[in-house]
Design a protein around this ligand. Structure first.
Ligand SMILES: Nc1ncnc2c1ncn2[C@@H]1O[C@H](COP(=O)(O)OP(=O)(O)O)[C@@H](O)[C@H]1O
Ligand SMILES: [Mg+2]
Length: 340
């Protein structure tokens, strides 16, 4: 199958600042690639190059089968783009915004009306359809923005940080709308600083840092690469630790890690559920009753930290992203930022 988005060795320099140094990407048709990276990593620059808004200094890229440098018009005809900054006209109503785009695309007035209605309905904007967009909340605006990029029913869409600054409810609603597009066969490249978003939405994730893809794979592959799941057993008495270590040695090739302060022993969980049942039985036979018995899944946070040495969203380099939020980040997002 030909990839809907393919990039090889993309480089871009702004003055003497090397923003991209050899980005490679391949997105099979009908899938979602999450491009995950901190502020300033080069996400927007990559999107701008793939959507023909910016020329690369070096490298080759193809979108929907067309060369971004040699066939920019064909590329544009086959893509939708939702940028980091909402691109709707504030003075127009939601309906007018969508109809205007449709008319500009030569879809004809009747079709324009019909397409606007369809999209307003799909994006839960029917009730607000005839209010000026400037009265919309952040979440409504992003929905309108996404709807606007879908007027032409493009087979490939680019979403640059589509949910940055949205509250959780709006974020979940937008995820649903993106999933719906994927179910209809659309290919999506979405950039994000949110690990959870990449985890939830993306078939594959490319982690980008300082202008390079430093890892890619499915979210599960990436998690396994940084250690996978661990079984953790905590006991109330320090005297039981040695027994727990002996039992856990039996289910792992790796030596158990002992945290004496928290009286917890952990090992990578190679053998899955069966190993857990075995450990539980052996501990009972040895007269040890665990205080806590848990499987700790590695998270995208672990992946990101292991790969970049940073926590996500924490790279405050004052780059051009600072105005992106239409509402304040939620507490969860702050937590990620504060963890640096
Ligand atoms: N027009 C520009 N001129 C100079 N530097 C820029 C320009 N646009 C982006 N940069 C710099 O290039 C780097 C990558 O930016 P960008 O692609 O916007 O990153 P991201 O979207 O991942 O936050 C950042 O360090 C940013 O400051
Ligand atoms: Mg950006």
């Amino acid at each position: 199958m030909q990839e809907a988005i393919y990039a090889e060795g993309i480089c871009k320099r702004y003055g003497d600042y090397q923003a991209l140094s050899g980005v490679n990407l391949a997105v099979p048709a009908g899938t979602v690639l999450g491009v995950l990276g901190p502020n300033g990593a080069g996400k927007t620059t990559t999107v701008r190059i793939l959507t023909t808004l910016l020329s690369p200094d070096q490298g080759y890229a193809r979108v929907a089968g067309y060369d971004v440098l040699k066939q920019p018009r064909e590329v544009r005809r086959n893509i939708g783009l939702t940028g980091q900054y909402a691109a709707v006209d504030e003075r127009l109503t939601g309906r007018e915004n969508l109809q205007l785009i449709s008319v500009l695309l030569h879809q004809g007035r009747r079709r324009a009306k019909q397409r606007a209605n369809e999209l307003l309905e799909k994006f839960s904007l029917t009730a607000a359809a005839d209010r000026p967009a400037k009265t919309y909340s952040g979440g409504m605006r992003r929905r309108l923005d996404l709807a606007a990029s879908l007027v032409a029913s493009p087979p490939v869409i680019f979403l640059d940080e589509p949910t940055t600054g949205l509250d959780l409810t709006s974020r979940l609603a937008l995820w649903d709308m993106i999933r719906e597009q994927v179910n209809e066969g659309v290919t999506v490249l979405l950039t994000t600083q949110y690990l959870e978003e990449a985890d939830q939405l993306a078939d594959r994730v490319a982690v980008i840092d300082t202008g390079k893809v430093i890892a890619d794979g499915t979210p599960d592959e990436l998690k396994r690469r940084v250690g996978g799941d661990r079984l953790e057993v905590s006991v109330s008495s320090p005297a039981d630790l040695a027994t727990v270590v002996r039992v856990l040695c039996g289910v792992s090739f790796e030596a158990p890690k002992v945290d004496e302060e928290n009286r917890t022993v952990s090992v990578p969980l190679g053998g899955g559920i069966k190993a857990i049942a075995g450990v539980s039985g052996e501990l009972a036979a040895a007269g040890v009753e665990p205080e806590d018995f848990a499987v700790r899944r590695s998270s995208m946070d672990d992946v990101f930290l292991a790969l970049t040495g940073k926590t996500a969203g924490g790279d405050e380099d004052g780059s051009n992203d600072s105005g992106a939020a239409t509402g304040g980040p939620s507490t969860g997002e702050r937590k990620q930022e504060a963890a640096v």
